[in-house]
Design a protein around this ligand. Structure first.
Ligand SMILES: [Mg+2]
Length: 237
């Protein structure tokens, strides 16, 4: 058996290791209910998504930017008449999201524990710095990672840079995550393996076509399938 060329495994955090999008959807429902006089759920949600898209380049990913976009949407749909009490409720909803206990996804911890001794593990996540650090600390998985990279965006250059720092470079690395657009496609473009672990809830902005023709693309049903996939890839190399 040859020594594995695979040295490094990157993991996305939100909706890969623990639930995330469900809290955004719950808050969106609450938000639509606060503004029910001004439109139904789908109308309010569509306006909110427009605001989020507009603001992404300014606020980045995360709950604080989401909260500001909710306030902006409330101002818009009420023609500038939104009461201070509603602004207060929006801010409270954002704070609740920032203090919600994490819910790990199936097989996350056991899989990270299994792989930790044999590979460099790097957590690569977008979002608010404080919030991601809080969730990682709460998960109890922080010590199993060799490094944590909280980035403003996940591009091909991001993966090339991070995977060059840990292990033997992008060619010898793998990225695992629920977003085809942010986790899988740019990692494959950087020369790495891209492993898709679909989550039933994926934000509209994170959706993309699966790169089915790419030789380094794989999809697994949950993280429980990852150790045997890693072993098969490492053996074949
Ligand atoms: Mg994710």
């Amino acid at each position: 058996m040859t020594i594995s060329a695979l040295t490094t495994i990157g993991f996305d955090a939100d909706d890969t290791l623990w639930q995330n999008e469900q809290f955004f959807r719950m808050t969106e429902k609450r938000f639509a209910a606060m503004l029910a006089e001004h439109g139904d759920h789908d109308q309010i949600a569509a306006r909110l998504l427009e605001a989020e898209r507009r603001n992404l380049a300014l606020y980045g990913f995360g709950i604080k930017g989401f909260t500001l976009s909710m306030i902006e949407t409330a101002v818009e749909v009420t023609g500038g008449e939104v009461p201070g009490s509603i602004i207060g409720e929006i801010l409270a909803a954002g704070r609740e999201m920032l203090s919600h206990p994490i819910e790990p996804l199936p097989h996350a911890r056991e899989t990270i524990e299994k792989l930790a001794g044999s590979y460099h593990l790097v957590l690569i996540t977008k979002g608010d710095l404080f919030d991601q650090e809080r969730k990682l600390a709460q998960s109890g998985m922080g010590d199993l990672f060799d490094a944590v990279e909280i980035v403003s965006d996940k591009s091909t250059a991001t993966y090339a840079r991070i995977f060059s720092r840990y292990g033997r470079g992008p060619q010898n690395s793998m990225m695992v995550g629920n977003s085809l657009k942010s986790d899988v496609i740019p990692a494959i473009e950087a020369g790495s393996w891209g492993i898709h672990v679909p989550h039933e809830l994926t934000w509209a902005i994170e959706q993309a076509e699966a790169p089915v023709a790419a030789p380094r693309f794989r999809q697994i049903a949950d993280l429980g399938e990852l150790p045997s996939l890693v072993e098969a890839i490492a053996k074949a190399e």
